[in-house]
Design a protein around this ligand. Structure first.
Ligand code: ADP
Ligand code: ZN
Ligand code: MG
Length: 486
């Protein structure tokens, strides 16, 4: 599918995302069962999360605290009083026949997050952040249908989720990608979720509509589900925007419906239309009291918030005099930012630390297909190397080689250097002897220099460096050469 650019520019897309984030609590939202991922099926279950008659839910305080952290970081107002509600529907992995969620009295609302679009910063509204429980998981196997078996694992039933609903403020697939990336970074900084998309800890549904550029009314939206990677989100939005433009261009109307992204076919297809839309018959959960959040609790949570990505980016610029771009790169991941800061502090060389972490270290990690958490070179170890480099004990070229070997063998700089005889040559006598030898072998160049062609000095430096495999201290080589040649 492809819409001509002149047609495309007549339209504007309107996008709002609904993101589910699994919270990193030890136990489930309404019972004490473990939330651990990957345990044997149906091993972390009890009467509450199995939906057995008469079992009563008890709210997990840690889940509320984590949800508050997320809501505060998204600049939402926390409601003193909120309420849980039953969302009724039938599904095999929903044993109670309803999900406990929040409806007209959510935990928090009216926030915003800043994204970057075409080099400019822009606020995207957050409609609400509320708490709800996850459903179990259905697993299907066998083909064709007559051979098909379905299994149900209720370990996930009752695991706490927050749902973060955005205002319809996003306009392009790139903005949506950036929004989701920033949301994820924020959750990782807060340590409220591991945001592992493969394990379903971060899930995103996209609402999208199109309208004529400049129009003030929104068009009819479709909701795209099944977007289990950032790339799929972007692709599905691009596909869906073009699909809707084609329909409107040819005089049709958009049907409000739920669609699924098919990553193999690279397209969305209709799942259910609004005609068959669920009526969830929400009503207040009678087994739980309203959730009351005191000012003390709010203050306590607010005080526990860590430094967030934006504040950290600005601090890196002011405290370490880093370029904007470096600061943004380093703070895009909390683990990377921590690593950099440790190197910067231990080496006393923040700029050098930023350069080496962003270029050499990330390159080595990428080559080895490793994450920074598995780096064979610790921050302390990299700091030692950078201290040697800044003192001039090793040259930049040598430091690169040493780092590669530290990375490969998991050794510290000093070990690599003594094993390979890689120390920089700082012995003026040794260098002078070498210089005299090179001068003796190249009388023509010596004469040129003495007749005033001082550029020849560079050639001599090169010869000495070559003879020492780059190990001679370049400044010392220059000094000795000038003395011997002069
Ligand atoms: P629904 O009643 O279908 O649940 P909501 O108004 O609650 O719709 O909005 C759900 C999500 O859809 C929100 O993220 C919102 O920003 C987004 N949204 C609402 N209207 C539109 C629209 N016309 N186009 C794109 N997204 C929209
Ligand atoms: Zn349980
Ligand atoms: Mg809604």
């Amino acid at each position: 599918m492809s819409v001509a650019t002149e047609v495309r520019t007549k339209y504007e897309a309107v996008i709002g995302l609904e993101v589910h984030v699994q919270l990193l609590t030890q136990s489930k939202l309404f019972c004490s069962c473990s939330t651990r991922f990957g345990d044997p099926p149906n091993s972390n279950v009890c009467p509450v999360c199995l939906g057995l008659p008469g079992a009563l839910p008890v709210l997990n305080r840690d889940a509320v605290t984590m949800a508050m952290k997320a809501a505060m970081a998204l600049n939402c107002a926390i409601n003193t009083r909120s309420r849980f509600a039953r969302k009724n529907y039938f599904y095999p992995d929903l044993p109670k026949g309803y999900q406990i969620s929040q409806y007209d009295e959510p935990l928090s609302q009216d926030g915003w997050i800043e994204i970057e679009a075409n080099g400019a910063r822009r606020r995207i509204g957050i409609t609400r952040v509320h708490l709800e429980e996850d459903a179990g998981k259905s697993l299907h196997e066998g083909f064709p249908d007559s051979e098909r078996k379905s299994y149900i694992d209720l370990n996930r039933s009752g695991v706490p989720l927050i749902e973060i609903v955005s205002e319809p403020d996003l306009r392009t697939s790139e903005e949506s990608y950036d929004y989701l990336t920033r949301l994820k970074t924020l959750m990782l900084y807060l340590e409220v979720s591991n945001c592992n998309m493969e394990e379903g800890s971060l899930r995103c549904d996209a609402n999208v509509s199109v309208r004529h550029a400049g129009a003030s009314e929104f068009g009819t939206k479709t909701e795209v589900k099944n977007l289990n990677s950032f790339r799929f989100l972007q692709k599905a939005l691009e596909y869906e925007i073009e699909r809707q433009i084609e329909i409107v261009e040819s005089g049709g109307t958009i049907e409000q419906e739920t669609r699924l992204w098919d990553s193999r076919e690279q397209r969305t297809y209709g799942m259910r239309s609004k005609e068959f839309a669920h009526d969830y018959r929400y009503f207040p959960e009678p087994d739980l009291l309203p959730l009351i959040i005191t000012e003390d609790w709010k203050d306590e949570v607010r005080r526990s918030l860590p430094e967030l990505p934006e504040a950290r980016r600005q601090r890196f610029i002011s405290e370490y005099a880093l370029p904007e771009y470096d600061a943004a790169q380093l703070t895009a991941s909390k683990i990377l930012a921590n690593y950099f800061e440790e190197v910067a502090k231990a080496s006393g060389e923040p700029k050098l630390a930023a350069n080496w972490v962003l270029s050499e270290l990330l390159y080595l990690l990428k080559e080895a297909n490793k994450e920074i958490t598995d780096s064979p070179v610790s921050a302390a170890s990299l700091a030692e190397l950078l201290a040697l480099l800044s003192k001039g004990t090793v040259s930049g070229k040598m430091a690169k080689e040493i780092l590669a070997e530290m990375f490969r063998a998991g050794k510290r700089a000093a070990e690599v250097m003594s094993a390979q005889g890689l120390e920089q040559i700082n012995d003026a006598e040794k260098i002078a002897a070498m210089v005299r030898e090179i001068m003796a072998g190249n009388p023509k160049q010596v004469e040129q220099y003495r007749k005033g062609k001082t550029a020849t000095l560079g050639w001599f430096v090169g010869q000495v460096m070559k003879a020492t495999r780059g190990q001679a201290n370049p400044q010392l080589v220059q000094d000795v050469l000038k003395r011997e040649l002069g």
